[in-house]
Ligand binder design. Structure first.
Ligand code: NAG
Ligand code: NAG
Ligand code: NAG
Ligand code: NAG
Ligand code: NAG
Ligand code: NAG
Ligand code: NAG
Ligand code: NAG
Ligand code: NAG
Ligand code: NAG
Length: 550
């Protein structure tokens, strides 16, 4: 029996040493606890982001085919300090490439951070498995020889058993609470990103709606040259398809990510419940000396603890990736001009091109407004003699107000002159100046605009207003300032919560795994001590009520 006792204690010692590794390890990694977005879903999440981001990129590209290459000289390494880790693919030299999800060395070095837990899981699985086999052998082969029962060992094992049971229960509570909070903060983050994407696609649809008016502009009559109109049509189709891609991708990805978040939540709840039940039952069974049931639980617990350690490793790995991502997003936001690994997935247009787009959209707005004002001044508000060809349509009544041109001829902002109507309500303002026409397009009632003219003018106003109102938005899209805004919001608002609650989960998992692991050992130890106690009492004269044949 000595073999058994020394075996268990040496095993215990080994494990105490080994399990001190993750705590020191996690302290070393503590600086890496910067942020955590999602657990198992990180890869998927980044993927989802890439999906969104790629479609944003497409949107940006479509408006500026002329984007020049960025300055590749000033490459910025994202999150270099956090990602300075040993790289098993490169002889365990430190990895210096920074956050770069298209680099396998990055993934290898991050995966390596979870290695201690995988090693612990493997050691536990093998060593405890061997112990179980040895215990079995001890049962079968060793003769049961009485050995000294020590009150101290008995009491100590009972105290430690109780202690580790309580620790496991606390761990389960921490894990359960942590997963609840973590779940709500991942869902909030996800909803924020989805909201941003939805706003963008709604904006794009609005722009598309305004540009749709260009179709109604009758080219041969007065307004737009044919090539301008086909250009507007082309832009509109692209905007439309980007909006559709963006919203369908968002919906797809967010659905997938939501499912994953729910799956992780369910898995963690089940894990904490099962561990709680296991701890409780094991404690009760070993107190009452139900050895057979205890051994069944020990074998179950042996596998569950292995799984929990593996889960710890996976959580740490994903935690580090998403923490890196948070930091990388922030650095990307702060360094708008540098070329970074994020630019590979976010093809933002450079500033010059974006400014050019803005200039062009201002130009088109201004020209269209000028054109309409010219028509108002020179045709509608003029009184022509009836023989004056197409310009005479019996216009009469008060003059039609001009539209306020939002830009001067040098495209700086212009304040409206009195009597001018705003672009956004010119359509309503002009309604009062429309006359009724006879069949040949001559006004028969008072008014200075025929219905046909009014239709053309509102179409022109819609196009100008669309470009005026949404031009800056389109430029934001090109420059990625919209993505920058999203990233900095995520960094400032959502990363701290994710970090805190993911740490809870992580701590909970480590607590549960360690406490259940030690409880398992003490179920066995306590069971032995208890039996020896009973055995000793039986042999003690007077301690045994029944008679023994001698
Ligand atoms: C495209 O860029 C080149 C210089 O990079 C410039 O000369 C040209 O005018 C641009 N074209 C358009 C349509 O903006
Ligand atoms: C960028 O790199 C090119 C050579 O690849 C070099 O000629 C140029 O001076 C560099 N520019 C800066 C700003 O470092
Ligand atoms: C899009 O247009 C609708 C109605 O025209 C408006 O209610 C909505 O606020 C607009 N969306 C954005 C993001 O401007
Ligand atoms: C102008 O835009 C408004 C709002 O988007 C829309 O209701 C109206 O039908 C458009 N007018 C024309 C002529 O397209
Ligand atoms: C734009 O997309 C809507 C659906 O979102 C579709 O009904 C409409 O026909 C599209 N317009 C163009 C010009 O593609
Ligand atoms: C990211 O990694 C890929 C693959 O190794 C590499 O081609 C790319 O240059 C890296 N990007 C940056 C910014 O370092
Ligand atoms: C882009 O250029 C404009 C002026 O040309 C400047 O005001 C703006 O700050 C620049 N934006 C970035 C992100 O460099
Ligand atoms: C409109 O009338 C103004 C004078 O009232 C004249 O200078 C201008 O050339 C006219 N424009 C057109 C396009 O006929
Ligand atoms: C047009 O809009 C401006 C503000 O956008 C408002 O002050 C003005 O009263 C409006 N005019 C009409 C006729 O609705
Ligand atoms: C011209 O309009 C006036 C109303 O302002 C109307 O009385 C008159 O009959 C119209 N003339 C023609 C030829 O339709």
């Amino acid at each position: 029996m000595l073999c058994f006792r020394s075996l268990l204690f040496s095993f215990l010692a080994t494990f105490l040493i080994v399990s001190s590794i993750p705590s020191s390890f996690s302290f070393e990694e503590d600086s890496l606890f910067t942020a955590y977005r999602t657990s198992d879903i990180s890869g998927e999440y980044v993927d989802g982001n890439t999906g969104l981001v790629l479609s944003w990129g497409r949107t940006e590209r479509l408006l500026a085919d002329n984007s020049s290459d960025q300055d590749v000289n000033s490459t910025l390494v994202l999150a270099p300090r956090r990602t300075y880790r040993k790289d098993p693919l490169n002889d365990f030299k430190r990895y210096t490439g920074g956050w770069n999800i298209s680099n396998r060395h990055y993934w290898a070095s991050v995966a390596y951070t979870g290695a201690p837990f995988f090693v612990i899981a493997a050691i536990w699985f093998v060593v405890f498995g061997l112990c179980l086999i040895l215990i079995c052998l001890c049962f079968c082969c060793c003769r049961r020889e009485p050995y000294g029962y020590s009150r101290v060992a008995y009491a100590l094992s009972l105290i430690l058993l109780t202690f580790f049971t309580v620790a496991a229960i606390v761990g389960c509570i921490v894990l359960y609470t942590g997963q609840g909070k973590f779940h709500s903060s991942t869902i909030n983050t996800l909803e924020y990103v989805v909201h941003q994407a939805d706003t963008t696609s709604e904006n794009l649809r609005n722009v598309s709606g305004y540009l749709a008016a260009a179709k109604q502009i009758n080219v041969d009559q007065m307004f737009l040259p044919a090539n301008v109109q086909t250009n507007i049509d082309r832009i509109q189709n692209r905007i439309n398809s980007s909006a559709n891609t963006l919203s369908s991708k968002t919906e797809d990805n967010s659905e997938k990510i939501k499912n994953l978040i729910e799956a992780v939540r369910l898995a963690l709840i089940i894990l904490s419940a099962v561990m709680l039940l296991l701890t409780f039952l094991g404690f009760v069974f070993s107190l009452f000396g139900m050895q057979f049931l205890v051994y069944i639980l020990v074998i179950t617990g042996w596998i569950l603890v292995t799984g929990t350690f593996i889960l710890c490793g996976i959580f740490l790995l994903l935690h580090n990736v998403t923490g890196d991502t948070c930091v990388a997003m922030n650095q990307w936001v702060q360094n708008p001009t540098a070329h970074t690994a994020l630019d590979d997935i976010l093809p933002c247009v450079d500033n010059a091109t974006a400014q050019e787009t803005l200039t062009r959209s201002k130009e088109v707005t201004s020209q269209l407004v000028n054109l309409m004002n010219t028509v108002i001044n020179n045709v509608s508000n003029n009184n022509f003699p009836p023989n004056f060809g197409p310009f005479y349509y019996n216009q009469s009544g008060p003059p039609v107000p001009n539209i306020c041109n939002p830009f001067n001829s040098d495209l700086t902002d212009r304040t409206c002159a009195p009597g001018e109507v705003d672009l956004n309500n010119a359509t309503q303002a002009w309604r009062g100046y429309v006359c009724q026409t006879s069949g040949n397009g001559i006004c028969v009632t008072r008014g200075r605009l025929t219905p046909a003219m009014y239709g053309q003018m509102t179409a022109g106003v819609n196009v100008s207003y669309g470009l005026y109102r949404y031009g800056p938005f389109l430029v934001n899209l090109e420059e990625c300032s919209f993505v920058r805004q999203t990233f900095s919001d995520i960094h400032a608002t959502y990363c701290p919560g994710l970090r805190r609650y993911s740490r809870w989960i992580y701590i909970g998992l480590v607590m549960v795994a360690t406490a259940v692991m030690l409880s398992l050992v003490f179920w066995v130890i306590y069971g032995r001590e208890r039996r020896h106690r009973v055995y000793t009492k039986q042999r003690t004269p007077g301690g045994f009520a029944g008679d023994k044949p001698s």
